[in-house]
Design a binder for this molecule. Sequence first.
Ligand SMILES: *Cc1c(COP(=O)(O)O)cnc(C)c1O
Length: 376
Amino acid sequence: MNEIKMVDLKGQYDKIKSEIDSAIQQVIDTTAFINGPAVQEFQKALEKYLGVKHVIPCANGTDALQVAMMGLHMQPGDEVITTSFTFIATAEVIALLGLTPVLVDVDPDTFNIDPEAIRKAITPKTKAIVPVHLFGQTADMEAIMQIAEEHNLYVIEDTCQAIGAEFTFSDGTTRQAGTIGHASGMSFFPSKNLGCYGDGGAIFTNDDALAQQLRVVVNHGMVVRYYHDFVGVNSRLDSIQAAVLKVKLGYLDEYIKARQKAAAFYDKAFANHPKLKTPVTAPFTTHVYHQYTLVTKDLDRDELQKFLTSKNVPAMIYYPVPMHLQKAYQDPRYKEGDFPVTEHLSKHVISLPMHTELDEEQLKFITEAVLEFANR
Ligand SMILES: *Cc1c(COP(=O)(O)O)cnc(C)c1O
């Protein structure tokens, strides 16, 4: 059996090596390393794939979220509602811009932000909502857009983990994750579902004026060359990364299917197990399984992780510490016990290997190892 990895980028590369190598070589041959044609080509291809008007490439997913907030002219003191159960970047950029993160709890089944909790957290200072499409399924965007409309708020989707997930509205129309809110931040970090071979990111929006603004923000606030209208940042997707992404975008649907197939294998193996709760997909979204995350019950999660490690099965805890309990984000407004669902999840979740190259032999080995521990 091949070594089991949390993410197998080498196995994935080996299958598309000639295409990737020639795409990279082409950039080197033309030396158009920054803003070369590969960047435009990828941007256009992604706009088409997502059915979104504008993709604005940038340096990484964290920048994408920050740039979106800058482009929407959010001001220090503005309150931004987001989830207490996410990767730190979401809260980080809010804090860095001097905005006030307002945390709310998540749904125990989907791990995504709870719309009712958003409603309760709104104050006259609230400016935006940042739903995170955690682990590969979308938050309840219809409910969230409804709340935003009622209260005149911006919605910035954190789509870093969910590219390709599809949201269905109650009238039956569907939209890609990241194309529903006013803007959306995306990461092309290598291990993400559409990952490059370094850092990369993008902002998505359907708003023409905002798109223009975002292109200025990522380019030093420069409207006309060497004339700077406001303080921007330098955040670019380089041409080599764009060339890699253009090739991989052609395989994204196939990659999503491979992840869903692995997830279905796990689901079947753990179905109705009293100690293992398999992921629950909300009825309004597809799941692209950036992570396959179990919630354990009546078993020692950390001991399970150790047991799996001893069998050379990697497993990760996403995320062990909720936002409000992080040292850097201590805030007198929040204390332990405030977000019971998030706190429970942080103590009981465990993510199993999930990538495009898992084969049946590996999946069988992983599930047997998990069950051996859970059944003893
Ligand atoms: C990966 C990730 C980010 C940050 O992306 P980078 O490209 O690493 O900056 C932000 N939010 C979430 C939910 C992520 O998973």
